[in-house]
Design a protein around this ligand. Structure first.
Ligand SMILES: Nc1ncnc2c1ncn2[C@@H]1O[C@H](COP(=O)(O)OP(=O)(O)O)[C@@H](O)[C@H]1O
Ligand SMILES: [Mg+2]
Length: 252
């Protein structure tokens, strides 16, 4: 087990995070740090507190107590849009895509570009398609056409669209819940490549995962949760998958 070098810049930090649901502490006085540009996997058994942490970091729930800092500045998130304003985007497990709309429309969902004024204002469809194509090409995402409906895409393509949407608007911190679950080997590999590419662009990533192979392929660090507490932090360059399993199962 190892800790991160202290001289590293910290993009996101939580200190003393606690969240209680009906008398049960889903998170119990948790300290977490996410170094700038790192890829951190969050692992742990069902009920360990992973989703609760993601929800606090993305502004879905407030913590009952504790402090959040983004780039060293204290932040209070009252909503997901507060977290977005601080540069944090989240790709939820359901992806929140509009299945019957095209790829470009999905990339700009809720943040549509418009043209014209007053009664002449309308969606800038051509510009959104051009920008969507540019953005997806830059990320190396394979799609048939930006005018294709999302329901016709594979699981991996859908995941890539959701990730591209999150980064299109310039986030510096990206939270993903199980981005490679339910994907075949080749598609999981493509999503892994995308995560590695985003890391090379300096985006700090936090990934909930149940799969040790995926985790070791993309993450620099693994934070293991057990019963609402941090059970251990591993560095993937020095730890083995069995070290991590031991921590998940509470054997060390
Ligand atoms: N909205 C909620 N209401 C009541 N209990 C909750 C709620 N969310 C989570 N919990 C409880 O908090 C604990 C941690 O849950 P969660 O963060 O979802 O764990 P994980 O994502 O690691 O499986 C569990 O005991 C769960 O039942
Ligand atoms: Mg969960």
């Amino acid at each position: 087990m190892s800790t991160t070098a202290t001289q590293q810049m910290i993009a996101l930090e939580g200190r003393g995070l606690t969240k209680v649901f009906g008398g049960v502490a889903a998170l119990n006085n948790v300290d977490v740090q996410f170094p700038t540009g790192s890829v951190t996997a969050v692992m742990g058994d069902n009920g360990a507190g992973k989703s609760t942490l993601m929800k606090i970091l993305s502004g879905v729930h407030p913590a009952d107590s504790g402090i959040l800092e983004v780039n060293g500045h204290a932040q209070v998130f009252r909503s997901p849009s507060d977290a977005r304003d601080a540069g944090i985007e989240t790709v939820h497990q359901d992806l929140s895509l509009a299945d019957h709309r095209d790829i470009a429309a999905n990339l700009f969902l809720g943040r549509e570009l418009t043209t014209g004024w007053g009664p002449f204002r309308r969606l800038a469809i051509k510009r959104m398609r051009e920008e969507a194509l540019e953005s997806l090409t830059a990320l190396g995402v394979d799609i048939p056409s930006v005018a294709a409906e999302v329901r016709h895409l594979s699981g991996g393509q859908r995941q890539a669209i959701a990730i591209a949407r999150a980064v299109h608007f310039g986030c510096s911190i990206l939270i993903m819940d199980e981005p490679m679950a339910a994907l075949g080997l080749r598609e999981a590999q493509k999503v892994q490549n995308l995560i590695t590419d985003l890391a090379s662009r300096g985006i700090t990533q936090i990934i909930v995962s149940h799969n040790l192979d995926h985790t070791f392929a993309v993450a620099n660090r693994i934070i293991v949760f057990r019963q609402g507490r941090v059970a251990g932090v591993h560095d993937t360059s020095t730890a083995s998958p069995s070290d991590v399993l031991h921590t998940i199962n509470g054997l060390d």
